[in-house]
Design a protein around this ligand. Structure first.
Ligand SMILES: CC(C)(COP(=O)(O)OP(=O)(O)OC[C@H]1O[C@@H](n2cnc3c(N)ncnc32)[C@H](O)[C@@H]1OP(=O)(O)O)[C@@H](O)C(=O)NCCC(=O)NCCS
Length: 231
């Protein structure tokens, strides 16, 4: 997906969605580009970036946070570097480590996801979650079956009958849908993946939410978006 407007058109511009894009971090970004990414980030973000062991993870973190700030600056009319992120209370335990929000701008909702060199950004006027995953992240054999066993029984049964290549692709679809929905609600993976079925083929829509498979340009990654039906 090359531009935000392509991605928005591809999902049919659902109500409340302001921005959607999937992008890739360059393999060996020149130093001036890395410096440009860093320049808009907070001290905390720069410290987090510096802690990554692998260059690729650091670059993807920097590029995705730069892009997120640029998008949110565009949507809010504020300077990207002036935006302050705070963690909402965790819906599971109440501690302040829930989903990131914008200080002073709680109605501009957003979600960020990264996987290897790929990242996705969504912004909306309703609660939103996005997840992008590389097919390479999905294991084979016993590890694949162990991951599938943790899903809802209806999904286990949908996936169980498929040959391995289709089972891996099916898990990618199901996983991105579920993680996008969990992130949209701010709960993360702690809730467990077996409580609600989102399906492998046709999407099973959880009450109050719309989950959308975001079309990708290549089959080596999957992406899903979850939007609350009302604010
Ligand atoms: C949120 C979560 C699903 C993200 O998983 P991941 O594999 O890192 O996936 P992604 O790359 O798609 O998403 C990362 C982004 O999600 C966002 N995020 C973090 N916590 C979030 C939450 N609770 N809800 C929604 N989004 C969240 C951040 O923007 C983060 O980006 P950053 O790490 O660059 O700051 C995972 O970290 C998680 O489950 N966290 C909650 C853990 C938890 O429940 N702890 C116990 C609570 S008592």
């Amino acid at each position: 997906m090359s531009t935000a407007s392509d991605a928005l058109e591809a999902v049919g511009r659902p109500a409340g969605l302001l921005w959607l894009e999937i992008d890739t971090t360059p393999d060996d970004p020149p130093e001036p580009l890395v410096a440009r990414w860093s320049a808009v980030l907070s001290t905390a973000e720069r410290e987090r970036a510096a802690a990554f062991h692998h260059d690729r993870d650091r670059w993807t973190y920097l590029a995705s946070h730069h892009r997120l700030r640029t998008v949110l600056g565009h949507c809010s009319g504020r300077a990207p570097e002036s935006l302050e992120f705070v963690a909402a209370p965790c819906p599971t335990c109440g501690e302040p480590h829930g989903r990131p929000e914008l200080a002073g701008l709680p109605t501009l909702r957003f979600s960020l996801s990264h996987s290897h060199s790929r990242f996705a950004v969504a912004a909306a006027t309703v609660a939103v979650g996005i997840d992008v995953e590389e097919l390479d992240s999905i294991p084979y054999g016993k590890d694949l079956d162990a991951l599938i066993a943790g899903l809802h029984p209806a999904e286990v049964s949908e996936l169980g009958s498929l040959p391995e290549p289709e089972r891996r692709a099916g898990l990618l679809t199901c996983w991105t849908r579920k993680e996008a929905w969990l992130k949209g609600r701010g709960v993360g993976l702690a809730e467990g993946l077996d409580t609600t079925a989102v399906g492998v083929g046709e999407v099973r829509q959880p009450s109050g939410w719309q989950i959308i498979d975001v079309p990708t340009t290549t089959a080596d990654h999957g992406c899903a978006l979850a939007l609350a039906i009302s604010a």
